[in-house]
Design a protein around this ligand. Structure first.
Ligand code: CA
Length: 226
């Protein structure tokens, strides 16, 4: 899951981004409204955390512009103080949820999860099932034949992305782009390391092959779980 955070308080932004990254999200930061808008326009994000008071262009304007342009990415707005007025205005501009500063990281994380769940209900079930392989994005857990499989948060993120596109060939660079952040400029082959770890955990002990290598193209998660 890839998030964009638009927040000009750099210390807060970095702290939140570090926390979310530790939870397995890929997080990109923008520190002013215009940069945030141009990044959000790419549509590459699963959710956007948008502060209201921003330099150059405020959060309301960013949100309204995105909605006018047909970008439907869920948006969580950060409001100062109690903000009843803010909330009404934010809803008008098409925000999905609000969080008043100062907020606790745990609450922020819960809101993001709820927003992501709502965002994907139309497109996908809450728990993905591929034969006896299940992937639950809400709890970030995976099971094979009923056994819980212990995955690191990055491993889970790679599996989650493959699961979201089960049956399709997904390239290494697509995986890299969705799971690692924007600032990652390392080798695309790091994806191979994670796929090999996943196979060792979800396939090898069960004598299965759920993740196929498609030569020169990428990987495909078998819709039947392999
Ligand atoms: Ca601000």
């Amino acid at each position: 899951m890839r998030l964009l955070m638009v927040e000009d308080e750099q210390r807060l932004a970095k702290m939140v981004a570090a926390g979310l990254t530790a939870e397995g999200y890929a997080v990109d930061l923008a520190h002013d409204g215009r940069t945030g808008l141009s990044m959000a326009r790419t549509g590459d994000y699963d959710a956007i955390i948008l502060d209201i008071m921003l330099p150059v262009m405020n959060g309301y304007q960013v949100c309204a512009t995105l909605r006018q342009e047909g970008v439907t990415t869920p948006i969580l707005m950060l409001t100062a103080k109690d903000g009843e007025y803010d909330e009404a205005e934010g809803l008008d501009t098409g925000a999905d949820d609000f969080l008043t500063k100062p907020f606790s990281f745990v609450v922020l994380q819960a809101r993001i999860r709820a927003m992501l769940r709502r965002g994907r209900t139309a497109a996908a079930p809450t728990v993905w099932r591929f034969g006896d392989l299940t992937v639950d994005p809400a709890t970030r857990t995976c099971r094979r034949g009923g056994d819980p499989v212990d995955l690191t948060s990055k491993e889970f993120s790679v599996l989650e992305y493959l699961a979201s596109r089960a049956g399709e060939v997904v390239s290494k660079s697509e995986i890299l782009h969705h799971v690692w952040d924007f600032a990652y400029d390392g080798d695309v082959n790091i994806v191979e390391v994670y796929v090999s770890n996943l196979r060792r955990k979800i396939d090898t002990p069960y004598r299965r092959t759920s993740i196929a290598t498609v030569r020169g193209a990428g990987y495909r998660l078998a819709a039947n779980g392999g």
